[in-house]
Design a protein around this ligand. Structure first.
Ligand code: URA
Length: 240
C-alpha cells in the first residue's frame, strides 16, 4: 500500500498531516528516511517507524462498548450523540461501525468494529447467534409467558418471531414488576419490546448482556469501551 495510507491508517494523522511528517524526514522504512508519500510499502513485512518508534499495522479493530441510554447505534447523526462519538480521538477511525443496533434507551453490550464480515456473521439470521437481554417489565411475567416465548410468538404487527428462552429472575407482586432474562437469536426491530407487548406487558428497562458466548464486561462503566481480547473475539464466532 502507499506509505501515506499506511501512516494515516496507523494513526499518524490525516493524509495532509502525514505529508507534513514525511517532509520533516522523521519517517523511516527499513531504516531509510522516506519522504515520498506515494512510495509503496509492504504493511506486513517492512519496518516502518515514526521518529524511531516502530509502527504496527492492524487491519481490523474490535471494541466492546457498554452502551449507555441516550446515544444511538449509528456512525453519525445530526441531532443525537452516537456510539462512535464515545470513542477517544486516539481510537476513532472513520471505518468503525456498531454491529447491529440497540435502541436509544437500551443499555449494554455493543461491538464496534471495521470488520464487515464479522458483522455479517453475527447478524445473519442463518447463523442463530444468541443475544441475551436483561429486562425490567411492567407487569407480572408468568409461566404461561415462558411457554408462549418458547413456542414462538406472533407480534402485534402480525410478524412471527422464533422461540426465545425466557427466565424469570424476580417478581414484585406489589409493584407489579418483573425482572427477566431472555435469549433470542433474531434481531428484529424493537424485538424484545415487541415480544412483551405481544403478551400485554411493557419493557421499562432493557440491557443486552451477551452476544454468542461473549458477555458484557461489567467492569466497563456506562459509555466505557475496550478492545476485545483474542479469546473474546473467538467467542463471537458462530459455531454453525
Ligand atoms: N430488542 C429491543 O426491543 N430493543 C433493543 O435495543 C434490542 C432488542
Amino acid at each position: 500500500m502507499r506509505l501515506d495510507k499506511f501512516l494515516s491508517e496507523t494513526g499518524c494523522g490525516s493524509r495532509k498531516e502525514v505529508k507534513r511528517l514525511l517532509k520533516q524526514g522523521i519517517i523511516t522504512v527499513n531504516d531509510q528516511i522516506v519522504k515520498d508519500a506515494k512510495s509503496q510499502v509492504n504493511e506486513w513485512a517492512d519496518q516502518i517507524a515514526y521518529d524511531g518508534e516502530p509502527l504496527r499495522y492492524q487491519k481490523y479493530f474490535y471494541y466492546m462498548l457498554h452502551k449507555p441510554q441516550g446515544v444511538i447505534s449509528a456512525t453519525e447523526d445530526k441531532y443525537d450523540e452516537t456510539v462512535i462519538d464515545l470513542l477517544s480521538d486516539e481510537d476513532y477511525r472513520e471505518d468503525l461501525f456498531p454491529v447491529g443496533r440497540l435502541d436509544k434507551d437500551t443499555e449494554g453490550l455493543l461491538i464496534l468494529t471495521n470488520d464487515g464480515q464479522l458483522a455479517h456473521r453475527l447478524l445473519s439470521p442463518k447463523k442463530h447467534v444468541d443475544k441475551e437481554y436483561f429486562a425490567r417489565i411492567a407487569g407480572i411475567v408468568t409461566e404461561e409467558d415462558i411457554e408462549q416465548f418458547a413456542f414462538g410468538l406472533t407480534l402485534r404487527s402480525g410478524e412471527a418471531v422464533k422461540p426465545g428462552q425466557l427466565v424469570i429472575d424476580a417478581v414484585d407482586e406489589a409493584a407489579e414488576e418483573s425482572e427477566i432474562r431472555l435469549v433470542i437469536q433474531e434481531g428484529k426491530f424493537h424485538q424484545v419490546k415487541r415480544m412483551f407487548e405481544a403478551v400485554d406487558k411493557e419493557v421499562v428497562y432493557l440491557k443486552r448482556l451477551r452476544m454468542g458466548e461473549l458477555y458484557l464486561d461489567e467492569e466497563l462503566e456506562l459509555g466505557g469501551y475496550r478492545p476485545l481480547t483474542e479469546a473474546e473475539l473467538a467467542m463471537l464466532e458462530p459455531s454453525n
